[in-house]
Structure formats: C-alpha cells, structure tokens
Design a protein around this ligand. Structure first.
Ligand code: CO
Length: 171
C-alpha cells in the first residue's frame, strides 16, 4: 500500500512536471509569435514611406534632399503653399531617370508646354511626377523607390529647375 501510494505520488509528480514543461513551452511559443509579428509589423511599416514637399511663390522647394530606402513604396505629396496661379508660378515634383540632363530635360519640358503639363515625351525620362500645381493646390504621387543611388528631382515649369531642384537619395 505504501509502495502504491508512492508510485501514485511519483506519477502525479511526473504529470505535474510534464504539464509545467508544456506550459513553459507554450509560453515560449507565444512570446516567439509576438516577437515575430512585431518584426513583421516593423517590416510592414518600412515598406511604405510618406514624403511631403512644398513649393512657394519664391520659386523654392522646402527640401533639397529627400531620402528613402530601396524597395519602399513612396507616396510624395507636393503642396503649393503660395497664392500665385499655375500659369505664372506652376510647381510640380518631377523625379528624373538617372543620366538625364536637367538642362536638356527642362528645355524639352518648356517645348512640351502646358498642354503636356510640362512633361516632355510622355514622361520617357521620368520615374514619377505630380501634376503641375498653382497656389493652394496639392497633389500626391505613389511609386516604388528605384534602386539605390542619387537621383535629381526638379520642378519642370519653364525656368524653375535652376532653383527648384534637389537630390532624391535611395539608400
Ligand atoms: Co515651379
């Protein structure tokens, strides 16, 4: 009888231990799961980035450098914070493909004219661009960040690219 009860005790002890072990493992699994989903969230966050840029009546952007990461989906919003009309102080954000000469592109943009929204050759040399805006207007464009490198962005309104330009850096 004594032996039986100690066997019983042993068995229940073993059960307790194994239960405890299971519990621990489950917790471990859960914390691992939490860790993984946090990591996934982080990655999810960095997949998209919002960039805001303004242009004013002084023919200036508020940024001359924009940094994003390769593979990110970029949503760039340009706001014209001035009051002048589109026909005299139009602004857009135009991101040029690598190897594009700003001067040559600007000349072609002037020739393309208002009818083409100041974007020549149907955007052949453009990665992304917003609409041309007048004072008080804004427009967004969403695009995938190109491969790492340094790209030029300009306003393609006639005469503006001399002042309205900057570097778009993909890291
Ligand atoms: Co402009």
């Amino acid at each position: 009888m004594k032996r039986l009860s100690s066997l019983f005790l042993l068995a229940s002890l073993a059960l307790l231990v194994s239960c405890g072990g299971k519990e621990e493992k489950k917790e471990e699994k859960e914390s691992l799961k939490i860790g993984t989903s946090k990591e996934a969230e982080k990655q999810e966050d960095s997949k998209t980035v919002e960039v805001s840029l303004t242009g004013n009546d002084m023919m200036k952007f508020n940024k001359n450098e924009i940094r994003v990461k390769a593979g990110q989906e970029v949503t760039l919003t340009l706001s014209h914070v001035g009051t002048m009309k589109k026909i005299v102080m139009g602004h857009n954000f135009t991101l040029l493909k690598p190897g594009t000469s700003i001067q040559e592109f600007a000349l072609k943009a002037s020739e393309a004219g208002e009818e083409k929204d100041w974007i020549p050759e149907d955007g052949k040399e453009v990665i992304a661009h917003t609409k041309m805006l007048g004072g008080g207007e804004s427009d967004s464009v969403t695009f995938m960040a190109p491969e790492p490198g340094t790209y030029d962005f300009i306003c393609s309104f006639p005469g503006h690219s001399a002042l309205m330009k900057g570097k778009f850096i993909v890291e």
